[in-house]
Design a protein around this ligand. Structure first.
Ligand SMILES: *Cc1c(COP(=O)(O)O)cnc(C)c1O
Length: 246
């Protein structure tokens, strides 16, 4: 996929963040949306504490991670910073305790056993966290997320049984494809689902937030209503899983 970073000689993190914000602002302008209506969630997975520290120095305060173990490893050396960790990856039920302890928010809530495990652990910690419900909008078999038809009843159960989980909205990953129409259809499906669910007025469920769009497709997501884009490689660089990240 084309990276706008390759068009510029300044490859500092500050320049990369500035270019991401320019792309976000341009997408907002095209969609007739206020630039403040979309926030940037930098995704620091596989990058070490020094990269997060550099990003924090640029004013970024929330960081997306997909493994509780990585959050644990980074949280220690960064304990002096006022930052928050957001779980965006598949969360195993036996990691609910770590998530309840270290994550300020979980965007990958996709099943009831995880909701109950988080509720139990959060209750033990005396905390409540914001959650987004991950929805499957693409036909790819590998994608986690609830089926669209299951979300309404899921929200009712979580709102009723899990007071430590404050539902704020929905999250999705689009199909991985060069076909931008197919990608757009995923984002549009999530927004339309959100609109239908809003009309149901489920008590104690907020549906203000739509987390969708990554480095390669966040402009499309913004055009389709994203309130938050999760951007990793366009800020931190290419992930080389072969390198020891920490
Ligand atoms: C890694 C990841 C991202 C960021 O991906 P990039 O393409 O590097 O921007 C966003 N969302 C989720 C769920 C991820 O796992």
């Amino acid at each position: 996929m084309d990276s706008p970073t390759s068009m510029s000689s300044d490859d500092s993190m500050a320049a990369r963040v500035a270019r991401v914000r320019q792309r976000m602002d341009a997408a907002c302008a095209r969609a007739g949306r206020a630039p403040e209506s979309v926030t940037l969630l930098p995704v620091s997975k596989t990058f070490g504490p020094e990269a997060v520290r550099e990003a924090a120095a640029l004013g970024l305060r929330r960081f997306g991670e997909n493994k509780t173990q990585e959050i644990r490893q980074k949280a220690g050396p960064l304990a002096d910073l006022d930052i928050q960790w957001v779980m965006i990856g598949h969360l195993q039920t036996n990691k609910a305790k770590d998530a309840a302890r270290h994550a300020a928010e979980v965007q990958s809530l996709d099943r009831l056993d995880l909701a109950y495990a988080l509720q139990r652990r959060l209750q033990a910690e005396g905390r409540a966290i914001d959650v987004l419900v991950q929805v499957k909008t693409s036909p790819e078999p590998s994608k986690h997320g609830l089926d669209m038809q299951a979300v309404s009843s899921f929200l009712r159960i979580v709102a009723g049984d899990c007071p430590a989980l404050r539902v704020q909205g929905l999250m999705t990953l689009a199909v991985q494809s060069d076909d931008t129409a197919a990608v757009r259809a995923c984002f549009r499906a999530l927004r339309e689902l959100r609109d239908r669910l809003r009309d149901e007025n489920i008590p104690d469920v907020r549906l203000d937030r739509l987390s969708m769009g990554m480095s390669g497709d966040f402009e499309i997501a913004i055009e389709e209503g994203a309130t938050e884009v999760r951007v990793g490689s366009a800020i931190f660089g290419t992930r080389t899983y072969l390198q020891a990240p920490l």
